[in-house]
Ligand binder design. Structure first.
Ligand code: NAI
Length: 329
């Protein structure tokens, strides 16, 4: 089986090559460029393409992949909001993903962002490097005995809930399904979660009904001085409304691993460029906002697990026994 990998970085290649020794039936070629309608034609003569979080798997790209006889879309990530499922289905393409490679990796990053904005670590780091040992502007609050509100208690939200419990927080949650493993969590409706939480952390997927879940109305329902963390998908937050909320001093801090305009930035070094998108630049200008570049998943353990599951998905497709839990329908 021949697979063309899009949007590959050196660390992807290293981890996949490490696991590939177990699959003599699989051959991989790696491209740095990402998948788009313009680059899809490179997949001619390949059985499968392997794509990532910001790959463009819209209908125009799938049209080209179909004309190249690609039958398998391997997502080396959990999310699949960037795939036109209808178009893929109409072409009879199989989509396999990695549903849960290391929920703890993302949850730990969510808590890292929450701690960093709470204790102003981004400012403290710079201050001390410049021999400024003053504590002015660095005051935070204890998380202990505060309330954490988790929106979406699947794999990552559950891991975050456990971390918050470890900090001595009261943990409340909102989800369309209750997770039976989380007996220490109190499920409430969204309004109550927003009104009661000192820390709100987003862990639900981006879908039509969660698009712009955080907007001016839901922000108005939050406690003043709340910390908001998003490690899920940028489209969950309406950025313009977030900026209004930040300017209105609603938030103690905001930590974003994902944001609406991230697609062109993610995993690219653009340090010599002037950012064209004013909303991202404005977000970056606020002292109580920390943005990271979709790195929640980025641990050694998670990358190894992603490689192992993706190759196993490819192998099982070839052998005709795909794991239903990894298939996107
Ligand atoms: P999951 O499928 O295990 O859990 C998602 C949870 O959200 C489920 O419990 C589901 O019932 C709930 N949910 C669905 N619709 C909802 C709604 N309208 N309101 C509230 N809850 C709702 O997914 P998992 O593995 O926990 O991942 C969560 C998200 O994290 C993914 O969708 C992905 O977007 C993001 N992610 C981010 C990464 C990063 O590097 N920053 C890496 C991996 C995932």
């Amino acid at each position: 089986m021949k697979i063309l990998f899009y949007d590959t970085k050196i660390y992807d290649k290293e981890t996949f090559e490490h696991q590939l020794v177990h699959y003599p039936n699989i051959q991989i070629d790696y491209l740095e460029t990402d998948l788009s309608p313009q680059t899809a034609a490179l997949a001619r003569d390949y059985d499968a393409v392997c794509a990532f979080v910001n790959s463009d798997l819209s209908k125009p790209a799938l049209d080209v992949l179909n004309s190249c006889h690609v039958r398998l879309l391997l997502m080396r990530c959990a999310g699949f909001n960037n795939v036109d499922l209808e178009a893929a289905k109409s072409y009879g393409m199989t989509i396999l993903r990695v549903p849960g490679y290391s929920p703890e990796a993302v949850a730990e990053h969510a808590m890292a962002l929450a701690l960093a904005v709470n204790r102003h670590l981004h400012k403290a780091y710079i201050k001390v490097r410049e021999n400024n040992f003053s504590l002015a502007g660095l005051m935070g609050s204890n998380f202990h005995q505060k309330t954490a509100g988790i929106i979406g208690t699947g794999k990552i939200g559950a891991a975050m809930a456990k971390i918050c419990r470890g900090f001595g927080m009261k943990v409340i949650a909102y989800d369309v399904y209750q997770n039976p493993d989380l007996d220490f969590v109190t499920y409430v409706d969204l309004d109550e979660l927003l009104a009661s939480s000192d820390l709100v952390s987003l862990h639900c997927p981006l879908m039509d009904n969660t698009y712009h879940l955080i907007n001016k109305d839901t922000i108005a329902k939050m406690k003043d001085g709340v910390i908001l963390i998003n490690t899920s998908r940028g489209g969950l937050i309406k950025t313009d409304d977030l900026i209004l909320g930040i300017r209105a001093r609603k938030f103690f801090g905001v930590g974003l691993d994902v944001y609406e305009e991230e697609t062109r930035n993610v995993f690219e070094d653009r340090s010599d460029e002037i950012l064209e998108h004013s909303t991202t630049a404005r977000l970056l200008s606020f002292p109580n906002v920390i943005i990271t570049s979709h790195q929640g998943f980025f641990t050694e353990e998670a990358l190894e697990a992603i490689a192992a599951t993706t190759l196993s998905n490819a192998d099982s497709f070839e052998k005709g026994n795909i794991s239903k839990g990894n298939e996107v329908k």
